[in-house]
Design a protein around this ligand. Structure first.
Ligand SMILES: C[S@@+](CC[C@H](N)C(=O)[O-])C[C@H]1O[C@@H](n2cnc3c(N)ncnc32)[C@H](O)[C@@H]1O
Length: 497
């Protein structure tokens, strides 16, 4: 297959990694701080750049600042800045942090757009033609339509380059298949065999149930899409062959899993010679382990992997505060750093930084999402706990509540501290009143910190790309598959051998 795109030079990826590390390193204490300690440890004074502190002093300033953050993706943002808009330090901070994310000035040219990637695949390109939105929400529908076409295009490309190989000889393995949204679509629309693998038995069972329901929806979808004359769909409808194309397995995938043996077990007599490993929102270490399996298996010729839940991965150079060794067996191995280059620097991010990397600024800004009141309630509860002499750090977790007083009562009950925290409702209300400005300030603080989210994610993705390049896979790419507002984890690592 001719691939009409020159991947960025390895030196350039390393330079970008260096630049981001230099930017992130001094900000890591900020990125990793706990919102719980916001009031008791004076986060605003400790972490917010002085120029911004000087600009933002009143509740009215905080409200206006939130508007600036939310408007950062609007075309008027840069114009207002040039015209001397208010709060220049806030605008400068936003502009500066945005340079260090994919597509920003300091990380430009590394990620391809979907169009660039599909154009580069030239004649191997496959499109989504089937109009079939059933049994999926809007987000999943968007992801599936794009990712299925990309995976099918890769398989097409692989078939074109391997001697004596047709699409029939290729088998896709979908790691972390879930309910089989992507895998069933690859099989159904593109006629490629897929094995969906998930460690959760219930998910496998649901994927199978969904496959049965899907079959009943095919005729209408084919008709709606004017594909009745298409040979593949005619055969599919006549033979009802979705079961032979899409199968499921329950198996935990780690860096040692023999996926090829598993595929042979589920597709006996298939004689598949070439495999494509895909994964949509492979949480925690599953994403990194898929990249390792791609590298180590000579017959896995292509990979398309979108990660998620970075907080669930284990880092090599830091032990998480909430580290739970029993959980590690779910997903063994280190997920970060993957590249020898970053390993050589013993670089670590930290749990809160990885948590942050999974947040979506684009979505938050488009929806003008106000950070939850509960963040402030928890920070204020910390004030109460310290006043009551509670030194231990407590994890309250998610809870439903109706205002601050209710929040405190429920949390105290959950923590079993009723005997120690005896503060009255009136005193709690007085406390909330007294801290009302700080609670509004906390929301701005949250948005300031959230600016680092795409920067941390960029570093995680560049590290994975660099790993593939270090392993000698020159045709490795980062591609923006999805619209970030619809699907925040929108970048895929794609590689071909
Ligand atoms: C975020 S969900 C994505 C599901 C599906 N790909 C989708 O996009 O709808 C991640 C899935 O990966 C599965 N999973 C996580 N770690 C795994 C592992 N190590 N091996 C196999 N499956 C895993 C989970 O059970 C879950 O179904």
């Amino acid at each position: 297959m001719r691939f009409r795109f020159k991947p960025p030079k390895m030196e350039r990826i390393k330079q970008q990694v260096d630049t981001i590390v230099r930017f992130l390193q001094p900000n890591l204490p900020f990125v990793n701080c706990h919102m719980v300690d916001y009031l008791t440890e004076q986060h605003w004074k400790r972490f917010v750049p002085v120029a911004m502190q000087c600009e933002l002093r009143t509740v009215s300033d905080y409200l206006q600042a939130k508007d600036i953050f939310w408007g950062q993706f609007e075309p008027s943002f840069d114009g207002e800045e040039r015209n001397g808009g208010c709060f220049p330090a806030v605008r400068e901070f936003i502009k500066n942090t945005r340079q260090f994310r994919l597509g920003g000035a300091e990380a430009r040219g590394t990620a391809l757009t979907l169009d660039e990637f599909m154009d580069a695949l030239s004649d191997c390109r496959r499109e989504t033609r089937l109009k079939m939105t059933e049994l999926m929400n809007v987000k999943k529908c968007h992801e599936v339509e794009v990712a299925a076409a990309v995976v099918a295009s890769l398989c097409n490309g692989m078939a074109a380059t391997q001697p004596d190989t047709s699409l029939e000889d290729i088998l896709v393995i979908d790691a972390g298949d879930g309910k089989g949204y992507l895998s069933s679509r690859i099989a159904l629309e593109h006629g490629i065999k897929v094995l969906g693998v998930d460690c959760n038995e219930e998910n496998t069972s649901n994927a199978e149930k969904r496959r049965e329901r899907l079959k009943t929806k095919i005729p209408k979808a084919v008709q709606k899409s004017n594909l009745e004359e298409d040979e593949h769909f005619t055969n599919l409808l006549q033979q009802g062959s979705l079961d032979t194309l899409y199968r499921t397995a329950t198996q935990l995938i780690d860096f040692n899993t023999n996926l090829i043996k598993l595929a042979q077990e589920y597709f006996p007599g298939g004689h598949h010679s070439t495999f494509c490993l895909c994964g949509l929102h492979t949480c925690g270490n599953l994403g990194p382990n898929c990249l390792r399996l791609f590298h180590e298996n000579p017959t896995i010729k292509g990979i398309c992997n979108v990660g998620c839940c970075y907080h669930l991965m284990q880092e090599q150079f830091v032990v998480d505060e909430f580290y739970n060794p029993t959980k590690v067996s779910d997903n063994p191995g280190y997920g970060f750093p993957m590249s020898k280059y970053l390993q050589g620097k013993s670089f670590h991010l930290g749990r809160n930084a990885r948590n942050l990397a999974a947040e979506s600024i684009e979505r938050a800004c488009t929806n003008r999402e106000n950070p939850s009141d509960k963040l402030g309630y928890r920070a204020l509860l910390q004030v109460v706990l310290l006043e009551c002499g509670e030194k231990k750090s407590h994890q309250v977790g998610r809870l439903k509540c109706d205002g601050f007083v209710d929040y405190v009562r429920r949390s105290v009950r959950r923590l079993g501290l009723e005997q120690r925290v005896t503060i009255t409702d009136d005193s709690l209300q007085e406390l909330e009143e007294r801290f009302s400005a700080e609670l509004e300030q906390l929301k701005v603080f949250y948005l300031i910190r959230q600016q680092f989210a795409p920067v941390v994610e960029t570093l995680i993705l560049l590290d994975r790309l660099l790993y593939l390049r270090e392993c000698g896979h020159d045709r490795s790419f980062l591609v923006q598959l999805f619209e970030p507002v619809v699907s925040p984890r929108c970048y895929a690592l794609i590689a071909l051998k």
